[in-house]
Ligand binder design. Structure first.
Ligand SMILES: *Cc1c(COP(=O)(O)O)cnc(C)c1O
Ligand SMILES: [Zn+2]
Length: 391
């Protein structure tokens, strides 16, 4: 099998084989070799077959796939969208209920193809559950590193898959880099949030949107952003479609964050090239609460290059958006609602009219029921004999 070539997103240094990050500290990305005729198509057998021309060569010998990806693109009608053609890419129906499964699937296959016997990740949420599910399913030794401060209710949805869980005391931001370093020493494939193969998984979101819009490219794609791996992947997908001649434009990416933790938005707004650690991060959108995102600088470069923008929304706006989405039939977790909440800001701030907009609904609202106490439930009570009067 060909070795995949990788290139640093900042300094351009090239790598072959088993690397996760450039020696300069910035993320690497996989280079897809140019082919003469590229074909992508929607095949029920899965993302690997549908998009094989634009993905690294990977073999799924043991049927690891659980039907990740190939998710619906749902049109949103009604008042607040007038002038916009608005679609929701519904990632909640993935095997572990978030988009993470796309990248976990490819990363675990990559690890198996390269002969690794041990997979790990650093995460306290959807990434941990997703990597645990795929790695355990593959029968590999699985280690999840979580932070000291994680609430108990977030551990059981990871523990159910049966991985080893290690609570690590100390600076959680350092743990990302430490794990990659130890992975090299101990031959553990650390499938962290923005490693090259995870970004390849997110690319398939772009390919699907393109097929579902029947060859149209959206004007904007809104992505709730934490580590930055997903938004990088989605843009990479659109760039590759253009590079191989299937499309002639790429969307403007909108990085959506919660005001309670918005290191990328902050750096972008003050025109900095480097993110700084966000102090006192706190938001109900736990899934995007990363105060020092490992792909933060790469996302800043990407936004500058292709006219991307950032938006940040407050906690009330997130909860309102979660209800508004649910009224249209879609129940996402607060982090996912951040994308929808950004739309009204987008309208005010850059005056979008007549645009095709896709917001990515990254994960299911049922993942953390604890958060639902923030949403009011109105229940009326009656006895059976008075029921008729109430209906
Ligand atoms: C992981 C996650 C995100 C953020 O994705 P990144 O690639 O880390 O930027 C957003 N929403 C949900 C539901 C997630 O699980
Ligand atoms: Zn580099």
């Amino acid at each position: 099998m060909r070795e995949t070539k990788m290139i640093c997103t900042m300094c351009g240094k090239e790598y072959l084989g088993e690397h996760f990050r450039c020696s300069c500290g910035e993320p690497l990305e996989i280079v897809i070799e140019k082919k003469t005729a590229v074909n992508i198509s929607w095949r029920k057998s899965g993302i690997l077959e549908s998009f094989s021309d634009l993905l690294p060569e990977l073999k799924d010998f043991n049927s690891l796939s659980m039907g990740e990806g190939l998710t619906p693109l749902t049109k949103i009608e009604h008042a607040m969208t007038d002038g916009l053609e608005l679609f929701i890419k519904n990632e909640t129906i993935n095997p572990t209920w978030s988009f993470k499964d796309r990248g976990s699937y490819l990363a675990v296959l990559d690890a198996i193809n390269k002969g690794y016997k041990h997979i790990g990740t650093v995460s306290t949420g959807n990434m941990a559950a997703s990597v645990a599910a795929y790695s355990m399913r593959a029968g590999l030794k699985t280690t999840i590193l979580i932070s000291d401060s994680i609430p108990e209710e977030k551990i059981s949805p990871i523990a159910i898959y049966g991985p080893r869980i290690l609570k690590v005391k100390g600076d959680y931001d350092r743990l990302y880099f430490k794990s990659l370093e130890l992975g090299k020493k101990k031959n553990i494939y650390f499938a962290n949030s923005d490693i090259p193969m995870r970004v390849e998984g997110s690319k398939t979101i772009a390919f699907e949107i393109f097929l579902q819009l029947e060859g149209r490219v959206p004007d904007f794609v809104i992505v709730p952003t934490s580590s930055g791996g997903n938004v990088r992947g989605i843009e990479k997908g659109f760039r590759e479609l253009k590079a191989c001649g299937l499309s002639n434009s790429i969307p403007r990416m909108i990085v959506a964050q919660a005001l309670g933790c918005c290191p990328i938005h902050q750096a972008f707004s003050s025109n900095d090239n480097q993110i700084e650690k966000f102090a006192h991060a706190h938001t109900i959108a736990h899934a995007i609460e990363n105060p020092f995102p490992p792909s933060g600088n790469a996302v800043l470069r990407m936004l500058k290059e292709n006219q991307g923008i950032t938006v940040a929304v407050n906690e009330d706006e997130i909860l309102t958006a979660q209800r508004q989405l649910a009224k249209r039939g879609l129940f996402g977790q607060p982090a996912s609602a951040v994308a929808f909440a950004s739309i009204s800001k987008l309208r005010k701030e850059i005056g979008v009219k007549r645009a095709i907009v896709v917001a990515v609904l990254t994960g299911s609202g049922l993942k953390y029921p604890a958060i639902l106490k923030e949403q009011p439930s109105v229940v009326e009570v009656t006895d059976i004999d008075s029921l008729q009067d109430l209906l």
